[in-house]
Design a protein around this ligand. Structure first.
Ligand code: HPA
Ligand code: MG
Length: 225
């Protein structure tokens, strides 16, 4: 079992993947041949991501149904999760009597080089977020590591005085942290390892991989800058 307990901003901590989980063998799934040898194992298969995302969409709908929301997609790592989450919310809006009118906006953050977080966080496309004033905002992130990035982003967004801010994160890493900036909606709580796929990158590689995988040592060497 994990020693570090997640303190989310209210929701469930997501599906817990333990530190001693070896992952699935790559032989059990299909993945692009150009990544042969670059990966160690599959941590979360694509189908499981989709099923979990469907449930998160329902939770969001239960909490926010009837409110207009502005979805703030955090690029680049959050694009696939955001697209699939928005799709699932749209499907629910069509099949039930509750709907969420959504607008989608994109901002881009960059703070990683190789597999290390750098101190300087760049927020691009966030110059004028004044249209968020009085709105319900759903920030959608692919992965939360230390939580420092999310904390900085929340601080940035709060300046524009939205009515409410909720955060959905597909993955939250189990790391010791002294920050309370964790998502309200969490897909999976994962070990503190560098993962790629489903839009998460290592120096821009692996975004074109459907499953969430652990990169191999030779993969790290091959794509190192
Ligand atoms: N993979 C890709 N991007 C990331 C990660 C990770 O494990 N952690 C923070 N950004
Ligand atoms: Mg990245």
């Amino acid at each position: 079992m994990a020693d570090v307990v997640l303190q989310t901003r209210g929701g469930s901590g997501g599906i817990v993947i333990d530190d001693d989980w070896p992952g699935y063998s790559l032989e059990l799934f299909s993945y692009p041949a150009h990544y042969a040898g670059d990966l160690q194992c599959v941590v979360v298969p694509h189908g499981v991501i989709m099923d979990r995302t469907e449930r998160l969409a329902r939770d969001i709908m239960d909490d926010l149904g009837e409110h207009d929301i502005v979805v703030l997609c955090v690029l680049k790592g959050g694009y696939q999760f955001c697209a699939d989450l928005v799709d699932k919310i749209k499907a629910l809006s069509c099949s039930s009597d509750r709907t969420i009118p959504m607008r989608v906006h994109f901002i881009r953050l960059k703070s990683y080089l190789n597999d290390q977080s750098t101190e300087d966080l760049h927020i691009l496309g966030a110059e004028d977020l004044s249209f968020l004033a009085g709105k319900n905002v759903l920030i959608v992130e692919g992965i939360i590591g230390t939580g420092k990035t999310l904390k900085a982003l929340l601080k940035h967004v709060e300046v524009f005085q939205p009515k409410m801010i909720r955060v959905a994160g597909l993955l939250v890493k189990r790391v010791p942290r002294n920050t309370s900036s964790l998502p309200d909606y969490v897909g999976f709580e994962i070990p503190n390892r560098f993962v790629v796929g489903y839009a998460l990158d290592y120096n821009e590689y692996f975004r074109d991989l459907n499953h969430i995988c652990v990169i191999s040592d030779s993969g790290k060497m091959k794509y190192k800058i």
